[in-house]
Design a protein around this ligand. Structure first.
Ligand code: CTP
Ligand code: MG
Length: 247
């Protein structure tokens, strides 16, 4: 039985407002989709990767992967009109799968450690999502734009991917809601398990860096933090040289 990662790259990226879908934009020197794939590829936990992408991008992806150091992508399938439809296409082609890790390619800062934490957790509880406690206070808003409620901040988490499941459980939950045409408002996979009434979803820590690139400012921020890091590294190098001179 295998552990399979489904990497989602079939979105349009409408909020990013770029000509090509955001998952194909470069972060550093390669598309964020490739960065996401590589983290799963290099994790010992993952046996195979299923990549889900748009019809027009299957060949481009295949070529890019072939030329790269990524070896675990066994299938590239065409996604659907919504995230959940794309996930479902991925789930349908997973063979002989024990645990499935469903990941947004628009989260290129996922790490091996996050995958490991999700894996350790899913062995104890068959449905797991990674996330982080909210740093901001969160308000529930009514239709008129007034505050309806303020949840206790300690109990509010923002949710990330990978979301990780025993394969049969998530497959059954998706099969059920798809058959009932009951997917309205579904934004993540944990919600599918919740709505299908198929048990509790356990949360484990992802990381505050594991952001989803959604709007142009996420990329600008990213550029800025990289520039800041570069500046810091340059300063470190200079300091080192100075220290050497002293010796
Ligand atoms: N996704 C997908 N298929 C879809 C919609 C989304 O595979 N039909 C993927 C995206 O490629 C992304 C992840 O799901 O990696 C999270 O979705 P989101 O951030 O909403 O991306 P988009 O839907 O592409 O962006 P937008 O909502 O701004 O159009
Ligand atoms: Mg979307």
């Amino acid at each position: 039985m295998k552990n399979i990662a489904i990497v989602l790259a079939a979105g349009q990226g409408t909020r990013m407002k770029t000509l090509i879908p955001k998952q194909f934009l470069n972060i550093g020197n390669e598309p964020m989709m490739m960065k996401s794939l590589r983290v799963f590829d290099k994790s010992d936990i993952i046996d195979e990767i299923v990549l889900v992408t748009g019809e027009d991008y299957v060949d481009v992806c295949r070529k890019k992967i072939k030329k790269s150091d990524i070896h675990k992508v066994k299938k590239i399938v065409v996604g659907g009109d919504s995230r959940y439809a794309s996930v479902y296409e991925g789930l349908k082609v997973c063979d002989n799968c024990r645990y499935v890790f469903i990941h947004d390619s628009a989260r290129p800062y996922v790490t091996k450690d996050i995958i490991k934490r999700a894996f350790e957790a899913v062995k104890k509880n068959p449905a797991v999502a990674v996330g982080m406690p909210s740093k901001d206070t969160v308000k529930i808003v009514d239709d008129e734009g007034f505050v309806a409620a303020t949840p206790i901040r300690d109990k509010v988490w923002t949710i990330q991917t990978p979301q990780t499941f025993r394969y049969e459980l998530i497959r059954e939950a998706y099969d059920k809601l798809m058959a009932e045409n009951n997917m309205e408002g579904i934004t993540d996979d944990a919600m599918v398990v919740e709505r299908a009434g198929m048990g509790k979803v356990m949360l484990v820590e992802g990381s505050y860096d594991n952001i989803k690139i959604t709007t142009p400012d996420d990329l600008e921020l990213d550029d800025k933090s990289r520039k800041d890091k570069k500046d810091k590294d340059k300063k470190k190098d200079k300091d080192k040289k100075k220290d050497k001179k002293k010796d």
